[in-house]
Ligand binder design. Structure first.
Ligand code: SPV
Ligand code: MG
Length: 549
């Protein structure tokens, strides 16, 4: 089943009538399951300036039965046929014509019509044989035609029971198959059309089109006599030499290629099995097979994979702004070696260990030194005139499904990232209050945080998850502050909507100093969070106790 070919039953049902109005000849191919329907639906060929494709699909009794390993003799019951029909409908958007065999007894046919109509089938074709019929193509098989009056009543009752105007019931005449000939075929055609049939399928199993052409000529005369002309259909399996142009020229409106997909699959299946047997391995058979990837592509498995990647938490992207120049160092801070490895390398390894592979690094100052693999680089050419917020938004395209923000100079444990991903909040900043125990030794200006609820005095009560930030910045009094911001934050998909909205509004309208920064362009990440809070959005905390540097 493919989720690509979506069409409502109503729209699909009426599409065949619309096509009949637009085109002289409708080209129909058989399908017997979901996969063959995908092929029938999608196959296209450009010839000259025109794209050729099949207009509709035929759900054949021969191929449905054969695909299930049964003879075509009305052995497969309606429920089994509905299952095949469902597979075809689920895998295509084209109109479907169902081979209704004899339609069974008239009451059975009424139920069949209603079900097909509801499913979105456009047309059912029933053949005027006695139940249970035998396939028409095998010479010498018993072919008993139904009494034309009994068959006409079946058509009448089917037409009466259908609900929509779009559904069509076509009568298939088997007089050439049973040996009764042209006269009988025309007699029946008149009766069935008068009973309300929406078209006639004239069947033949000889190897040339003479029978159907003779019928077509007389069919035109009959139509003139009746004052209306309903579509004329044929199934050129045995007289396959005939071209579509010739059929059109002889007045045919629909051509059904009734069994070729099943027969070709069957042939190549046998050859493939034989190749494997002979060679005692699969290698020699490979060129006869579709690559697994092509099957995955056709049945929509690659889309499943894509969605898994998109919606799985492990696929969250990390953005690390690393463009700035710290006056205390002569290389980008990201690339400073800690015990023989650059900080960025260590960050990547920890994130990879958490299952996070999508990492964007924004570089600016000495950007050519960034040659660590496994990340995507985005550049901030204005790194010396801007600050972290400006850099961060250079990676705006990567924020879409939510992201984790990480400062370029912070090292952290895997556990912090795992805990962060488990918080169901839109904006979360990782904070630590252990700085309080050594704040007197620190003279650096820290990013401090005031929260709505105070940290617990009991140091074992960690990971406060429902606590909002009230203030954040470097100018908060150390004695008053509740936490230090660690340099790691999480934004959900909603959180991204918020930050995008606030950023673009400020970028457009803000003038002068911005929170603790001299201008919006020079804003730090914490200035931006304070702006978000001031605008009434919530920024939560993840309270940790060490595990970072
Ligand atoms: C089918 O495809 O099942 C048909 C056409 O009914 S034929 O096999 O030629 O009878
Ligand atoms: Mg059939």
């Amino acid at each position: 089943m493919s989720l690509r070919n979506r069409i409502s039953p109503e729209n699909r049902r009426k599409s065949l009538k619309n096509l009949l109005k637009e085109k002289d000849l409708i080209r129909v191919i058989e399908a017997h399951n979901g996969l063959s329907a995908i092929v029938a639906n999608n196959i296209k060929e450009k010839i000259g300036n025109e794209i050729y494709e099949f207009d509709a699909i035929w759900e054949s009794s021969l191929t449905d039965s054969a695909a299930k390993g049964y003879p075509d003799a009305e052995i497969i019951g309606p429920e089994s046929r509905y299952e095949t029909i469902r597979q075809i409908l689920n895998s295509s958007h084209k109109p479907l014509i169902v081979d209704g065999d004899t339609g069974g007894e008239a009451t059975n046919f009424e139920f069949f019509v209603r079900t097909l109509e509801d499913m979105g089938v456009s047309m059912v074709i029933i053949e005027d044989k006695k139940f249970p019929k035998r396939n028409s193509l095998e010479s010498g098989s018993k072919q008993t035609q139904e009494d034309p009056d009994v068959f006409a009543v079946k058509i009448k009752r089917g037409k009466k029971i259908q609900l929509s105007q779009d559904f069509m019931i076509v009568a298939r005449i088997e007089s050439f198959i049973s040996g009764l000939g042209l006269e009988d075929a025309l007699f029946r055609a008149k009766k069935y059309l008068k009973a309300g049939a929406d078209g006639i399928l004239i069947h033949s199993k000889i190897d040339n089109p003479s029978e159907i052409f003779e019928f077509a000529k007389e069919y035109q005369k009959l139509s003139d006599e009746l004052g209306f002309r309903k579509p004329l259909i044929c199934v050129p399996t045995t007289y396959n030499i005939i071209t579509e142009e010739e059929l059109k020229g002889n007045g045919f409106n629909i051509v059904i290629y009734a069994n070729q997909l099943l027969r070709s699959a069957h042939k190549i299946m046998k050859e493939t099995a034989l190749k494997i047997l002979k060679n005692k391995r699969g290698f020699e058979a490979e060129s006869m097979c579709s690559p697994v990837k092509t099957i995955f592509e056709d049945v929509g498995f690659l889309e499943v994979k894509k969605k898994d990647m998109k919606y799985t938490k492990g696929r969250i992207r990390v953005i690390i702004p690393a463009a700035g120049k710290d006056p205390s160092f002569d290389t980008p801070k990201s690339l400073i070696n800690i015990k023989g490895k650059p900080i960025l390398q260590r960050q990547i390894e920890t994130l990879n260990a958490c299952g996070i592979k999508d990492i964007t690094v924004i570089r600016g100052y000495m950007k050519n030194l960034f040659n660590i693999d496994g990340v995507k680089y985005v550049d901030n050419e204005e790194y010396d005139r801007s600050h972290i917020l400006f850099s961060l938004f250079k990676a705006e395209a990567d924020m879409t499904d939510g992201f984790i923000y990480i400062n370029s100079d912070v090292l952290f444990d895997q556990q912090i990232i795992n805990n962060l991903l488990n918080i169901k909040k839109d904006i979360v900043l990782v904070v630590d209050n252990s700085y309080a125990y050594h704040k007197h030794d620190i003279d650096k200006k820290l990013d401090l945080v005031l929260t709505k609820n105070k940290p617990s005095k009991e140091r074992r009560v960690l990971h406060q998850r429902d606590n909002d930030i009230v203030r954040i910045g470097k100018n908060i009094d150390k004695k008053m502050a509740d936490y230090e911001y660690v340099g790691i934050a999480y934004f959900s998909e909603n959180g991204v909507d918020i930050v995008r909205k606030v950023f673009h509004e400020c970028k457009k309208n803000h003038t002068g100093s911005f929170q603790e920064a001299s201008s919006f362009k020079k804003a730090s990440f914490t200035d931006f969070i304070q702006e978000i809070i001031d605008r009434g959005f919530k920024a939560n905390i993840l309270d940790i106790d060490k595990g970072w540097l």
